[in-house]
Design a protein around this ligand. Structure first.
Ligand code: ARG
Length: 479
């Protein structure tokens, strides 16, 4: 097979052709490649390098190719190394010699850089929609089951009670930042490299800005060497995608645990779980597990791209062809994982009673008791000590903090050396003050979850505001 023109007399070794071709992968760029070519043709016409008639025929031919590609009827030829050569050959077969004018002032180096940026722009648009879709599923769920209280954890140990809605909205925050990172990546990639040629810049007086504007870019790249060898945007995209996958993986991990009967906090829909080929009892959270594992896959893609780029001198090197597998797979995995998690969140059944039961264990209202003591004049360290003694007492008795007798609160205070504690113990001992009763009241789940009224806290009124704000923001988005 001979395709490199007059310089070559020998054929490409089939082994080498096989090892270097990329068409199976980069055919995903076909529509972007054609759109870029159409804009380039118009640019060539404006520069006087094509007649209006030639330009018209080329555009017409390219549009016909686009229809074939979209209909899935385009005949890809593996003997032609990549998407660019396939499309040019097909155009030549259709139009004859005039097709040979298309590649004027252009190299596959600026062409592929352009295609990737166009591909990335439309892909980020789709992924943004998928992210919004998951945010909606989380907010819907927060509205429907958000009153449920669960034991918030640190160190995977019961810590303080939080509303389920608060927990779910934490993921909405992560997703919002993920959207911001993708938008940021899209913004920086919004420059047309077309006209950079192979590396030095096209040898014709092309109006790069007009072509860029026609393709909807905000501007053009400023340096031709950079334009053909820059893949920063691929790295930025994969970094954003890898981090978004980490967020999805954390959510998936929680659902895996929560659906274990020992937790029993949620039941996954039958449609979102799988059984076992051997154990009839099994109901497995496989979709969540696969999302979790695929976070590693996308992180690997990021690492691959950093590795590919770090040793490359300017300008284009063939190594850059290896950007497509990681980029395409990273985007596909992220999109599918977002849609999977949205479906799982929409279908999951929440068991508020089991969450509450778990929240009633672990003495997770102790901080609320300590805070109530501080409110009555104790230094926090003393309050912490008193509440800790009350926890120990409840452990001994096998009861909850709010089930302790009021006398236990008086006794714990009285045992402290601190003068404020002594004073409060005396007050609490007098039933008429209602102090002991109020402290016990602070130990209830309701009081503890209502206490963090601070901005960003889990108190129900704050969470309702947060849900409303998220809902309003989502309603303001198109689609
Ligand atoms: N398939 C190539 C790539 O993806 C297209 C550019 C090829 N350029 C070249 N000089 N061989 O990078």
């Amino acid at each position: 097979m001979r395709m490199w023109g007059g310089r070559f007399t020998g054929e490409t070794d089939p082994l080498i052709a096989e090892a270097t071709r990329s068409v199976e992968v980069d055919r995903a760029l076909a529509v972007d490649d054609i759109d870029g070519s159409i804009a380039h043709v118009r640019g060539l016409e404006r520069a006087g390098l094509l007649t209006g008639e030639e330009s018209g025929r080329l555009v017409e031919g390219l549009r016909a190719l686009r229809r074939d590609v979209e209909a899935g009827t385009f005949a890809w030829d593996p003997a032609l190394e990549d998407v660019h050569l396939n499309l040019e050959a097909a155009l030549t077969a259709r139009l004859g010699p005039v097709a040979g004018k298309l590649h004027t002032g252009r190299s596959r180096n600026d062409q592929v850089a352009l295609d990737l940026r166009l591909w990335l722009r439309r892909t980020i648009r789709e992924l943004d929609g998928d992210m919004v879709g998951l945010e909606r599923a989380l907010v819907d769920r927060a509205e429907r089951d958000g009153e449920a209280v669960l034991p918030g954890m640190t160190h995977v140990q019961p810590a303080q009670p939080v509303l389920l809605a608060h927990h779910l909205l934490a993921y909405v925050e992560m997703l919002e930042r993920d959207r911001g990172r993708l938008a940021d990546c899209a913004r920086r990639a919004d420059r047309s490299p077309l006209g950079a040629g192979a590396l030095a810049g096209a040898g014709f007086d092309l109006d790069r800005e007009a072509t860029a504007a026609e393709l909807g870019f905000a501007g053009v790249t400023a340096n031709s060497l950079d334009a053909v060898s820059d893949r920063d945007f691929v790295v930025e995209f994969l970094a954003a995608a890898a981090l978004a996958m980490v967020h999805l993986s954390r959510l998936a991990e929680e659902l895996v645990w929560w659906s274990n009967p020992a937790f029993g906090w949620v039941t996954l829909a039958d449609a979102h779980a799988t059984g076992s080929s051997m154990m009839p009892n099994k109901k497995n959270p496989d979709p969540c597990e696969l999302v979790r594992a695929r976070a590693a896959r996308v992180a690997g893609h990021l690492s691959t791209m950093l590795g590919v780029l770090k040793g490359l001198p300017l300008a284009y090197q063939r190594d850059l062809q290896e950007d497509k597998g990681p980029l395409f797979d990273g985007a596909a995995v992220l999109g599918s994982s977002l849609r999977v998690m949205a479906a799982v969140m929409a279908g999951v059944m929440i068991h508020a009673d089991r969450m509450r039961e778990a929240a009633l264990g672990g003495h997770i209202t102790a901080t609320s008791v300590a805070d109530a003591l501080v409110e009555r004049g104790l230094p926090f360290r003393v309050a912490h000590h008193v509440a800790g003694r009350l926890v120990a007492e409840a452990e001994r008795r096998g009861c909850r903090l709010d089930e302790l007798a009021e006398g236990a609160f008086v006794a714990a205070l009285g045992d402290e050396q601190d003068p404020d504690a002594k004073r409060l113990a005396a007050e609490a001992a007098d039933e008429r003050t209602g102090v002991a009763q109020a402290l016990r009241e602070a130990a209830t789940l309701e009081a503890a979850v209502a206490r963090p009224r601070v901005l960003g806290g889990t108190a129900p009124e704050r969470v309702h505001e947060a849900i409303a704000a998220a809902r309003e923001r989502l309603n303001g988005l198109a689609g």
